[in-house]
Design a protein around this ligand. Structure first.
Ligand code: GTP
Ligand code: MG
Length: 200
């Protein structure tokens, strides 16, 4: 898949604000500060398209980025940001649950994990949700540059076992490791052939 264009299309806090054109969507789900927005920027090679921050809690709405005029990457607010008040935590579940459970255009989810920490209750909950809804999932271990290759491979093997999934994609927004692999996975989720073959 060659990235020809990528643009911000919409931000939403409720269903009526989602795009209505029916293009297929792939969503990114993960803990706050894990690197979801950075990953989008690297995938589409557009620095600063999705806003990022070293402070957790940057993304607060469901953000839709249209790629090649053919599909959307959907950036969600992260979960588990301790300083978010309780009322806002509930609205995270509501906002994300409403998106994931009711979206006919959703073709797949990238569940983003930091390989330096163990997946928690919320990751397991999200994984179960997606499985029950039969939404294909690809696990992505981001910030791969922060660990040695050995350590990273052993963390990936542990996560693969724990969730009973295919190999997670090892990704770094710093080095762009894993970018082409992830584009291929996204292409598979989108159902393949109407997009051009993957090239970097
Ligand atoms: P929320 O919007 O709060 O949910 O966070 P997010 O998951 O979108 O994270 P974001 O992309 O804003 O990145 C958080 C911080 O991690 C930023 O300081 C990024 O520069 C840094 N970061 C993201 N990806 C990587 C990576 O692959 N390697 C390294 N070293 N840092 C990264
Ligand atoms: Mg973000």
């Amino acid at each position: 898949m060659r990235i020809k264009s990528a643009e911000f299309a919409a931000c939403a806090v409720r269903r009526s604000q989602y795009p209505g054109d029916g293009l297929p969507e792939v969503v990114l789900i993960g803990r706050s500060n894990v690197g979801k927005s950075s990953l989008i920027n690297v995938l589409v090679k557009r620095k600063g398209l999705a806003k990022t921050s070293s402070e957790p809690g940057k993304t607060r709405t469901v953000n839709f980025y249209r790629v090649n005029g053919e599909f959307y990457l959907v950036d969600l607010p992260g979960f588990g940001y301790a300083r978010v008040p309780r009322s806002e935590k509930i609205s995270w579940e509501k906002m994300v649950g409403e998106y994931v459970a009711g979206r006919a255009a959703l073709r797949g989810a990238l569940v983003i994990l930091d390989p330096r920490r163990d997946p928690g209750e919320t990751e397991e909950l999200v994984f179960d949700w997606l499985e029950r809804l039969k939404i294909p999932v690809v696990m992505v271990l981001t910030k791969a540059d922060k660990l040695s290759r050995n350590k990273l491979n052993s963390r990936a093997a542990g996560i693969k076992r724990a969730f009973d999934i295919e190999d997670p994609v090892l990704f770094s927004s710093l080095t762009h490791d894993g970018r082409v692999t992830l584009l291929k996975k996204i292409q598979e989720m989108l159902g393949g052939n109407f997009l051009e073959k993957v090239s970097p």
